[in-house]
Write a protein that binds this ligand. Structure first.
Ligand SMILES: Cc1cc2nc3c(=O)[nH]c(=O)nc-3n(C[C@H](O)[C@H](O)[C@H](O)COP(=O)(O)OP(=O)(O)OC[C@H]3O[C@@H](n4cnc5c(N)ncnc54)[C@H](O)[C@@H]3O)c2cc1C
Length: 448
C-alpha cells in the first residue's frame, strides 16, 4: 500500500506499455481524468489514460476531501448536484471503502457582514431546493461542539459529503481499469501530434499513440502542455498547506471553516486542517503574462495571496522550465513526476495554534502529518471545460480552482459525453475556453 502523500517512489500500480492506438487518450490521472476514463470505459469506448507520475499523486489526493454543493458558483451547481449522486453510485460500484459520508459542510461567521454575505448563496440554494440553511449563534454552538468562540451564526448544508481523496481516486482508477480503461503510470505525454487542424496522436515517453481525441486533464501542468501547441489558458498554481491530527473526540462529523482555519473529520477520527489565507503564488513567466486577468480576483481579496519571486526548479511556471521541447526529447513532465511541495512552517504553526484556540480541549494535540499542494487556478475561479475550437479532437478540463474533487465525477461524466459528441445535459458556456479572449469581463466565482 503506498504511503501518503504519494510520490514517485511508490510502486507503480498501472503498468505499460501503452497501446499503439486508442480511440481516446487522456492526459492526467487526477479525479477528472480518472472519472472521464471510467465513464468512457463503461460505454466500451477504447480509452487510454496516461499519468506522468502516479494516479492521484498531485491535487487529487492532497485535497481536504470536501464534497460540497454549498458556496458553489451558480453554473457549477447543477454539475456538482449530479456529482454527489455519482459519488454515491461509484462508492458502491468500486467495492472499496472510500470514506464517503454525508456529514455536512458548514461556514462559520464571526460578523453580521459575513452572515449577510451568505444571502447570495441562499438564493441559489433555494432555486435548486438544497437543504442549505442559516444558523443563529445558539444553533451554531450546538452543531460545533466545544468551540471556545461564540460565532454570530453559520451557513450549513447537511447533505454535503466528505470522502478520503487518497483512497477514493486510486479506487476509482482501479474500477476504470476493471471496466476496460488502459491506465499507464510513469508515462508522460510530451506533445500532441496535430495535422490539418486535427489531433492525430500523442507522443509519450514510451512512444507514439495514434488517436483522434485527446483530453487534457493535467491539473497544474495543463497550460504548459497546451501553450506548446498554441492554446493559451491563463492558468496559474498556488501553493497551499494541509495538516492532519491523530484521532480526536468528535467536535463535528463534517467539514467546517471560519476565517482562520478549515477542518474536516476523517474516517480514522482525526481532523484534516488547513490555515486560512495561506496561498502562495510563485511568480514566473505565466504569472506576468496573465497578470491583468487576475486583477479582479486580486482586488476582491488583496491579502489572500502572498508572492514569491520564483518557483523551485521544475515547477510548471518556473523561470527555468522549458516552454518548447521535441517529441523525442525529455519533457518538463518527466522532469517532475510528482509535484510535491513541502508544507509551509508558518502555515502549520498557525493551523496548530488556531485549532487549539478554537478547541481548547485539544490543548495537547499534535499534528501527525503535513503536506503541500499546488492548486490550479483560473482568473474567475471556475474551470475550463470545453473543446478547443482550433484543433479538432482536443478537449480540455482543467483549472478546477481548488474545488475539483467534489465536482470531479460530474466533470468526468460531462466530458465523456462531450468527447462522444453527445449533449452534456448542462449549460457549459461559463466554462468555455474563449471567455478569456472574447472580450467578456471576468466574472468571479466564489473563492470557498
Ligand atoms: C490542498 C488542497 C485542498 C483542496 N481541497 C478540496 C476540497 O476539499 N474539495 C474539492 O472539491 N477540491 C479540493 N481541492 C481541489 C481538488 O483537489 C482539485 O481541483 C482536483 O483534484 C483537480 O483534479 P484534476 O484531475 O483536474 O488535477 P490533478 O489531480 O492535479 O491531476 C492532474 C494529473 O495530471 C498529470 N499530468 C500532468 N501533465 C501530464 C502529462 N503531460 N502527461 C501525463 N500526466 C500528466 C499530473 O501528474 C497529475 O497527476 C483541493 C486542492 C488542494 C491542493
Amino acid at each position: 500500500m503506498p504511503t501518503f502523500p504519494f510520490s514517485e517512489t511508490d510502486p507503480i500500480q498501472h503498468h505499460g506499455p501503452p497501446p499503439k492506438t486508442s480511440e481516446v487518450v487522456i492526459v492526467g490521472g487526477g479525479i477528472v481524468g480518472v472519472t472521464t476514463a471510467l465513464f468512457l470505459a463503461q460505454r466500451n469506448i477504447p480509452v487510454t489514460l496516461l499519468e506522468k507520475g502516479r494516479v492521484a499523486a498531485e491535487q487529487s489526493s492532497r485535497n481536504w476531501g470536501w464534497i460540497r454543493k454549498q458556496g458553489r458558483d451558480a453554473d457549477e451547481l447543477p454539475i456538482v448536484i449530479e456529482a454527489c449522486r455519482l459519488w454515491r453510485q461509484l462508492a458502491e460500484e468500486c467495492g472499496e471503502d472510500i470514506g464517503l459520508n454525508q456529514t455536512g459542510v458548514t461556514y462559520l461567521a464571526s460578523s453580521d457582514k459575513k452572515m449577510a454575505g451568505f444571502e447570495e448563496f441562499m438564493k441559489i440554494a433555494a432555486i435548486h431546493q438544497l437543504d442549505t440553511r442559516l444558523l443563529d449563534s445558539d444553533e451554531t454552538a450546538k452543531l460545533i461542539k466545544g468551540a471556545s468562540r461564540r460565532f454570530k451564526g453559520a451557513m450549513t448544508t447537511p447533505s454535503d459529503m466528505r470522502a478520503e481523496p487518497w483512497l477514493a481516486v486510486p479506487a476509482l482508477a482501479r474500477l476504470a481499469a476493471r471496466k476496460g480503461a488502459k491506465i499507464v503510470e510513469n508515462c508522460a505525454v510530451r506533445t500532441l501530434e496535430i495535422s490539418a487542424g486535427k489531433i492525430r496522436g500523442v507522443w509519450t515517453e514510451a512512444g507514439y499513440i495514434e488517436t483522434s481525441s485527446v483530453l487534457v486533464a493535467g491539473g497544474a501542468w495543463s497550460s504548459l502542455l497546451l501553450a506548446r501547441h498554441g492554446v493559451s489558458i491563463p492558468q496559474l498554481s498556488v501553493r497551499v498547506t494541509v495538516a492532519a491530527t491523530a484521532p480526536l473526540p468528535e467536535i463535528y462529523p463534517g467539514a467546517a471553516a471560519d476565517e482562520h482555519i478549515a477542518f474536516r473529520r476523517r474516517q480514522d477520527g482525526g481532523y484534516t486542517l488547513a490555515p486560512g489565507g495561506s496561498n502562495l503564488l510563485y511568480l514566473g513567466p505565466d504569472a506576468f503574462r496573465h497578470a491583468t486577468k487576475y486583477l479582479p480576483a486580486l482586488m476582491a481579496n488583496p491579502f489572500g495571496t502572498r508572492y514569491f519571486p520564483f518557483a523551485p526548479p521544475g515547477y510548471p511556471d518556473s523561470w527555468s522550465t522549458p516552454r518548447d521541447w521535441a517529441p523525442d526529447s525529455r519533457s518538463p513532465f518527466e522532469g517532475m513526476r510528482v509535484l510535491n511541495p513541502v508544507a509551509e512552517r508558518s502555515g502549520l504553526r498557525s493551523v496548530e495554534r488556531n485549532f487549539r484556540r478554537l478547541f481548547p480541549q485539544f490543548e495537547t494535540v499534535r499534528l501527525k502529518a503535513s503536506w503541500g499542494g499546488m492548486i490550479d487556478a483560473m482568473p474567475d475561479v471556475v474551470p475550463v471545460v470545453d473543446r478547443a475550437e482550433a484543433i479538432g479532437g482536443l478537449f480540455v478540463a482543467t483549472g478546477m480552482s481548488g474545488h475539483g474533487f467534489g465536482i470531479g465525477p460530474g466533470i468526468g461524466r460531462v466530458v465523456s459525453d462531450m468527447i462522444q459528441g453527445n449533449e452534456s445535459g448542462h449549460d457549459l458556456s461559463r466554462f468555455r475556453l474563449s471567455r478569456f479572449y472574447d472580450g467578456s469581463a471576468v466574472r468571479l466565482g466564489p473563492a470557498l
